[in-house]
Ligand binder design. Sequence first.
Ligand SMILES: [Mg+2]
Length: 190
Amino acid sequence: MTTNTFFFDRDGIVNTRIMGGYVTDVDDFVFMPDFFALFRAVKERGFLAVLVTNQQGIGKGLMTEEDVSAIHEKMQRELRANTGFVFDDVYVAGEIDVSNYKECCGELCLPDNYVRRKPSPAMLLEAQERWNIDLSRSWMIGDSISDAEAGRAAGVKTILIGDYGSGTIPAADYIFPTLRAATETIVQML
Ligand SMILES: [Mg+2]
C-alpha cells in the first residue's frame, strides 16, 4: 500500500513570509488567506499532507527548535479548526544556507550533517521511507526555486507559486502567480 502525498513548503504557501526575517514567534505566524481551500481539497482527495520547511533561523540562533514546534502546534490547531484536517507529518531543516558559511582552510566549512535543507530532497525522502509514499504520484508546492528543485530531485511533480515572469524554471512543472490562481487548476489535476 503506497501513499500519494502533497508536500508543502511553509513560508509563502501556508503562512505569509516575513521579508528579510523569520517567523520566530507564534504571533508572527499568519496563514495565507487562500491556503485553507487548497489544503482542504488536497486532504479531501485522500492525499497525505507533509510539511517540509527550511528554517535557518534555528542555525543562526534566532530561534530554537522548541520555538518552531510551538509555532507548528498553533498552526495545526488553527488548521483543524478551519479545515478539519492537519498536516500528517512535519519536517524542519534548521541548517544555515550554504552561502552563509565562510570559507576556511581553503574549503567550505560545512558540517557533516549538511544534507537536509532544500534544494536537497532529503526531507521528502525521509517522509517517503516513513510513509511508503509513491513519489511518482505525489506533488511538491513552494514559492522558491529550491522547493521545485527538491521536488524534482525526489521525483514528484512540482508547482511553483510566485512572480516568475514568462520564463520557464527547469525544475517546475507548473508555475502560477498566486496560490489562488493555482488552487482551481491543482484541484482538477489531483
Ligand atoms: Mg517558501
